[in-house]
Write a protein that binds this ligand. Structure first.
Ligand code: MF3
Ligand code: CO
Ligand code: CO
Length: 312
């Protein structure tokens, strides 16, 4: 049908009355994220204990019980707290003009300062110590020389290997002033993680977690990524336990006290399907619309879940 309404121009004053230019206020950038230059892997001092894949690049996956001993759980509390602290420090450094490589350097230093090894480094050959996923990047973005721009959103995924166990947590941060739709995506994604955590109860199937997440995301018109899932975690970064973020009838494992795993929903403004960049890691939405993610490492308790990746 014909229309006489003219779309706002980038330099017009924003329709919301803020007095800022539309492009600086409610317009999300339509520019795509492009691969940048990746710096060499950062060295880890000799005194830091390493996971087995640090040398080979090949992760081990030993099948076994999903329930952890009290002694392992105590070490996971410490690793979880350290991961949460590092995420806080690196998140506070997010600002326009800062490169994702600079965030990687900070993450690497903060982890080593705590006596830990940055779990992503050489995991399956991953070249850096942090995953940085900007705008349409779903997960596993590789830090590079791209400066963050005002209006971007960036997920920082921190994992530390400390005292023989991993703590894995991530959050999505606004860069400067972000548009309202991106802010809403971030808040709904945070709520999806909270809903997923609230669904954790002994006796329920793993499926209940994804069902709660999918229901909330879709009620807001968003998509749920299927290809990447939460995972069992302890001495190994990823165990064979999978935690889908959608209602998957195959997720029949019954939750039991003592299990440790992550919940890490990736929520999309548009399509939930993904493509992988030629670097073999960076996962982007097929429609290049924005996506957000939050992650915690959890322990199943007698009546719910304890968040291990917290500083409280
Ligand atoms: N931290 C990611 C997760 O939540 C995994 C990153 S694997 C890497 O499972 F190799 F990309 F680092
Ligand atoms: Co994880
Ligand atoms: Co993670």
């Amino acid at each position: 049908m014909p229309t006489t309404v003219v779309a706002p121009k980038a330099n017009d004053p924003c329709w919301c009355g803020s007095g800022r230019k539309y492009k600086r206020c409610h317009k999300a950038s339509t520019e795509r994220v492009r691969p940048g230059r990746i710096s060499p892997p950062r060295p880890v001092p000799d005194h830091i204990p390493r996971p087995p894949y640090a040398e080979t690049g090949v992760p081990t996956r030993t099948p076994g019980p999903h329930v952890r001993s009290p002694e392992v759980i105590e070490r996971m509390r410490a690793a979880g707290r350290a991961a949460a602290e590092v995420l806080q420090v690196v998140g506070a450094a997010v600002a326009p003009g800062v490169t994702t490589d600079e965030l990687d350097a900070l993450c690497h230093e903060e982890i080593i300062k705590r006596g830990g090894y940055p779990s992503p480094l050489n995991y399956g050959g991953f070249p850096k110590s942090l995953c940085t996923s900007v705008n349409e990047v779903i997960c596993h973005g590789i830090p590079d020389d791209r400066p963050l721009r005002d209006g971007d959103i960036v997920n920082l995924d921190v994992t530390i290997y400390l005292d023989g166990v991993h703590g894995d947590t991530n959050a999505t941060f606004p860069v400067g002033q972000i548009d309202e739709a991106s802010a809403r995506l971030i808040e709904v994604t945070r709520a999806c993680l909270e809903r997923g955590i609230a669904a954790v109860k002994p006796g329920r199937p793993v499926r209940a977690i994804g069902r709660a997440i999918q229901e909330h995301a879709e009620a807001h018109g968003y998509g749920v990524v299927r290809a990447f899932v939460g995972h069992g975690i302890a001495e190994e970064f990823h165990t064979d336990l999978q935690i889908p973020h959608y209602d998957d009838p195959r997720a029949t494992t019954i939750l039991e006290p003592g299990m440790t795993f992550t919940i890490e929903p990736m929520i999309t403004m548009g399509a939930w399907q993904h493509e992988i960049w030629p670097d073999g890691w960076t996962a982007v939405t097929v429609d290049r619309k924005r996506t957000a993610q939050f992650e915690h490492t959890l322990l199943v308790t007698d009546d719910g879940a304890e968040i291990l990746t917290t500083t409280d």
